[in-house]
Design a protein around this ligand. Structure first.
Ligand code: GUN
Length: 297
């Protein structure tokens, strides 16, 4: 039986509508718009596309957008000074430094400077601690978006066996933590994992976030499993194609024969990341202003 294809684009659209309503109410109460600042270092084409769409989505939600594009050869001290200015700016509720940074820069030192109250990426130590200790905080956008999709599809995740493939700072690690907090039994797999296929075969929930095109095969999937594909990989162009196809970390056609539900690439997890970024920004704005955030965000 074919899997239900999880429509992340539609789900993200509904979340963005709730954020826009909350942003309008916030502006009424606070007498100012909520604001998101995005810092883009250098001119990586993929990052430019992401940053432009973040700016557009921020404005569409009725929030203020501040884009800071700085050259790839910016000095560490200058970038840190920019983050300090954004920390101090009362018009800014959220700060996102687009990653990866050029290799000459110390990304962890830059992240550590971000005011945790404005850390809408959930990457600072206080927010990681809040996630680990189940306290309120701001949590990474992509894994949070994956959780919303899983909980919408499956309801309670208690006792489910989950595998997270990948242990990155932005996705794998926080994803595992969120699943543990939701009472799933979680295994984190990575490049040294032995017999990944066998592990995946025992899992009710599969979150693939490795960046390897179509690595997870259909015959690895437990019948009925929920499959969340975080990968966005561009294949080399085939004959007659100007650009290669975008594929995930999961072989979609095969896996959707076996899974109970599965996210497509594109149109699955991708749109959720920006929607959750907007959600985190409006939540941060409420906390900073001392106004209770509306429920359902
Ligand atoms: N680069 C790719 N995804 C992300 C993200 O979610 N946050 C940041 N800061 N950089 C990214």
């Amino acid at each position: 039986m074919a899997a239900e294809v999880i429509d992340g684009k539609a789900f993200a659209g509904r979340l963005r509508e709730r954020v826009a309503a909350a942003a309008a109410a916030f502006e009424q109460q606070a007498g100012r718009k909520a604001g998101l600042a995005v810092v883009l270092v250098g001119d990586d084409p993929a990052s430019q596309v992401y940053v432009a769409s973040k700016g557009k989505a921020t404005l569409a939600a009725g929030m203020a957008s501040f884009e800071h594009r700085v050259p790839a050869d910016i000095a560490q001290a200058e970038l840190e000074a920019l983050v300090r200015r954004l920390n101090a700016d009362p018009a800014v509720d959220g700060i996102l430094v687009q990653l990866p940074l050029p290799a000459a820069l110390d990304d962890q030192a830059v992240i550590a400077l971000i005011d945790p109250a404005k850390d809408v990426d959930g990457l600072t130590d206080p927010n990681i601690a809040a996630l680990a200790n189940q306290r309120p905080g701001l949590f990474p956008c992509t894994p949070f978006g994956c959780m919303l999709l899983l909980q919408d599809r499956l309801g309670d995740l208690s006792g489910k066996d989950a595998v997270v493939i990948g242990r990155s700072q932005l996705v794998g690690r926080p994803m595992a933590q969120l699943l543990v907090n939701a009472n799933a039994t979680v295994t984190v797999a990575h490049s040294r994992t032995r017999d990944l296929a066998d592990l995946v075969r025992r899992s009710d929930i599969v979150v693939a976030a490795v960046g390897r095109p179509e690595m997870v095969r259909g015959d690895w999937i437990k019948p009925g499993a929920a499959v969340i594909d975080v990968g966005i990989n561009r294949l080399p162009p085939a004959e007659g194609e100007a650009r290669g196809r975008l594929v995930g970390d999961v072989a979609f056609a095969e896996a959707s024969e076996v899974a109970g539900s599965i996210t497509p690439v594109p149109g699955g997890v991708g749109p959720m990341t920006i929607a959750v970024l907007l959600r985190n920004t409006i939540v941060a704005a409420h906390r900073i202003a001392g106004i209770p955030a509306p429920a359902g965000l």
